[in-house]
Design a protein around this ligand. Structure first.
Ligand code: C2E
Ligand code: MG
Ligand code: MG
Ligand code: MG
Length: 284
């Protein structure tokens, strides 16, 4: 044991290790300040139906870190989750998304758009998560039917009963739920029948080679068939070319998100999309 501890101590003083720790601490300090310095921004990626019309957007977080340019979420969200910073950050995301839902309501072209917001496990498991979402909606007067929360498997791994009850409380308000990155987890199938979901998002790792790899094609066909019999809407993510889109169309998937249809963009660049607001679901 002493020997092991000695080795760890030695490793601690390894200059590379020291560097890693320092840059991690710098990242944490900078991230802590990013929020009140106004360095966080939401980008919005369009979601498109089979007629090429935009029916919604996914809000994707970006950090304009001085001296580092635009930082992608995978570079800071894991740290934000570890440190708990994801809680104030997630709250800011929810507020900003709700304000945008309300802003969309003002125009005939955008008032029926749905907003998808990613929620991390740590956020969802806060005791007052439901109240927080409700407060955000009310603060901005946003229509709950326009808000969709994207959960990943990490959210539903623990305490399934509580997850279901929270989802039902939010659904009672009109909020809907999507299972993100579907197919990449360990128990994807088992939670499908337990959770009150509205939508699945097929992970982009299955979409990438869909037009050339028979295994990926078979998996996606199976997911589509299953979703249909469970009455779940499906969105395919990570569509980068026409062959992928065509395969999906031919196999009954009618909702798409990916660089082919539009990259995530700041809202100013977004509202001029020509395909906004046409022929979308206007029932709620
Ligand atoms: P996600 O929710 O699965 O989001 C989809 C990711 O795929 C986004 O990456 C998007 O930019 C990227 N993407 C979209 N179309 C394509 C495509 O055609 N090809 C490829 N290669 N990628 C595409 P992004 O924005 O870097 O976000 C990464 C992840 O970070 C998200 O994955 C989500 O899990 C997390 N995230 C983003 N924003 C938030 C947030 O506000 N809160 C939380 N908790 N997590 C967030
Ligand atoms: Mg997502
Ligand atoms: Mg995803
Ligand atoms: Mg993903």
């Amino acid at each position: 044991q002493a020997k092991g501890a000695g080795r760890n101590t030695a490793r601690f003083f390894n200059p590379n290790m020291q560097k890693t720790i320092e840059s991690r601490m710098a990242l944490e300090t900078a991230l802590r300040q990013a929020l009140f310095k106004g360095e966080l921004q939401l980008f919005y990626q369009p979601q498109i139906d089979q007629n090429g019309r935009c029916f919604g957007a996914e809000a994707l977080l970006r950090w304009r870190r001085p001296g580092h340019g635009l930082v992608a979420p995978l570079e800071f969200i894991p740290l934000a989750e570890e440190t708990g910073l994801i809680l104030p950050i997630g709250q800011w995301v929810m507020d900003t998304a709700c304000a945008q839902i309300k802003a969309w309501e003002a125009s005939e072209r955008t008032r029926f758009l749905r907003m998808a917001v990613n929620v991390s496990a740590r956020q969802f498991h806060q005791p007052d998560f439901v109240a927080q979402v409700q407060a955000s909606l009310e603060r901005y007067g946003a229509n709950p039917h326009r808000l969709k929360l994207e959960l990943t498997e990490s959210v539903v791994l623990e305490n399934a009963e509580q997850v279901v009850s929270r989802m039902n409380q939010l659904r009672a308000l009109g909020v809907s739920f999507s299972m993100d990155d579907f197919g990449t987890g360990y128990s994807s199938l088992s939670y499908l029948k337990r959770l009150p979901l509205d939508q699945l998002k097929i992970d982009k790792s299955f979409i990438r080679d869909i037009a050339t790899d028979p295994n990926d094609a078979a998996i996606v066909r199976a997911i589509l068939a299953m979703s249909q019999s469970l009455g779940l809407e499906v969105v395919a993510e990570g569509i980068e070319n026409e062959a992928q889109r065509r395969f999906l169309c031919e196999n009954g998937c009618h909702r798409f998100q990916g660089y082919l249809l539009g990259k995530p963009k700041p809202i100013e660049e977004w509202e001029t999309r020509p395909d906004l607001g046409a022929d979308v679901d206007r029932t709620t």
